[in-house]
Design a protein around this ligand. Structure first.
Ligand code: CO
Length: 136
């Protein structure tokens, strides 16, 4: 069902500082910051060739990242994202096998303008999994 690893997401307390580290210390190509108010985050993408690293900073008062950073004040790995061909189909198959889709269970439009959903970390060995619909 899953295809390529699209990105690994790291929650960071200071996006500008994190973006500088990846660009200046690690010599990576880093995108401009993108505010995603419907997801409560501001993101930059670090292009590593075979995949991407998504750096996430809380945006707004009700950010899902804020709680994570309370527990992990230095930041930390937040989720990983796999590509799927048909997200509605994937959601149905996973739910039929007992996996929990977060929120109302419906895909939302994610950072790349494509439908995404999140799977409960307790169902995947403590890791939050994002699925993104993309032609494989
Ligand atoms: Co993501």
């Amino acid at each position: 069902m899953i295809g390529r690893l699209n990105h690994i997401a790291i929650a960071v307390p200071d996006l500008a500082a994190a973006a500088r580290k990846y660009r200046d210390m690690l010599g990576a190509s880093v995108s401009a910051p993108q505010a995603l108010p419907e997801h409560g985050v501001t993101v930059v993408f670090v292009d590593t060739g075979n995949t991407k690293v998504e750096l996430l900073e809380p945006l707004g008062t009700d950010s899902p990242i804020a709680k994570f950073l309370e527990k992990n004040p230095d930041g930390g790995m937040h989720h990983m994202c796999f590509e799927v061909e048909d997200i509605a189909d994937a959601a149905r198959l996973l739910q039929a096998q007992g996996a929990r889709v977060l929120g109302d269970g419906q895909p939302k439009i994610g950072a790349h303008g494509l439908p995404v959903l999140f799977l409960h970390p307790k169902d995947f060995d403590g890791v939050l999994i994002e699925l993104e619909e993309r032609a494989l």
